[in-house]
Design a binder for this molecule. Structure first.
Ligand SMILES: *[C@@H]1O[C@H](CO)[C@@H](O)[C@H](O)[C@H]1NC(C)=O
Ligand SMILES: *[C@@H]1O[C@H](CO)[C@@H](O)[C@H](O)[C@H]1NC(C)=O
Ligand SMILES: [Ca+2]
Ligand SMILES: [Ca+2]
Ligand SMILES: [Ca+2]
Length: 173
């Protein structure tokens, strides 16, 4: 189990776009196939979630993710309108239409709480925006956004996977 998850994490994180070759180090054809399909499933899930995130992040559908989009999202998540998004507010909103995403929501909350004071404020979002803006031109474009969240979501899905029992693997050693 540990080996598979680790292997999965390394492969997915290091080369999302590169297909698995037949020279993979796993012991048998069966486990290669099951790892391959787990990997496809993971890529599919991550791709799907990142697309959903982008659609909901670009609130005015102008193809950009701006400070005004962030304000709209902030207001949406700040249920009691007190200028602070608590963990309960965040998870409640995020899992409203997808209850199975609880673990992912917890991980995202930790990611967005950049200064780690257990709440999300505008200050966290400013810091987060700078982090996503990899070329530091003060604008987060779709590819910067997707690249960042593909990494974050892949990690979170791997963590979620790791939390599950060993029934997902067939390989030994
Ligand atoms: C988005 O920003 C990246 C740099 O972070 C740049 O390489 C890419 O060309 C930009 N994409 C568009 C569509 O402007
Ligand atoms: C892990 O377990 C959760 C809850 O039991 C389930 O919803 C999810 O699909 C499982 N993930 C995988 C990859 O098996
Ligand atoms: Ca609040
Ligand atoms: Ca914070
Ligand atoms: Ca940029």
């Amino acid at each position: 189990m540990m080996f598979n998850v680790l292997c999965l994490a390394l492969m997915v994180c290091s080369s999302l776009a590169v297909p698995l070759s037949s020279t993979t180090v796993l012991p048998t054809t069966v486990s290669v196939q099951s790892t391959q399909s787990a990997l496809d499933k993971l890529r599919h899930l991550v791709g799907q979630q990142v697309a959903v995130l982008w659609q909901s992040a670009d609130t005015n559908k102008d193809g950009k993710f701006t400070a005004s989009d962030m304000n709209v999202i902030f207001t949406d998540y700040d249920h009691d309108n007190n200028g602070v998004i608590t963990k309960a507010e965040f998870i409640g909103r995020f899992t409203r239409n997808q209850p199975e995403m609880d673990t992912i929501a917890q991980g995202l909350f930790l990611t967005l709480d950049v200064n780690q004071d257990s709440t999300i404020t505008q200050h966290d979002l400013d810091l987060f925006y700078q982090r996503m803006d990899t070329d530091h031109n003060k604008h987060v474009n779709q590819s910067e956004f997707e690249k960042y969240f593909t990494e974050v979501m892949t990690l979170l899905f791997v963590i979620q996977l790791q939390g599950n029992t060993t029934t997902t693997t067939t390989a030994s050693k």
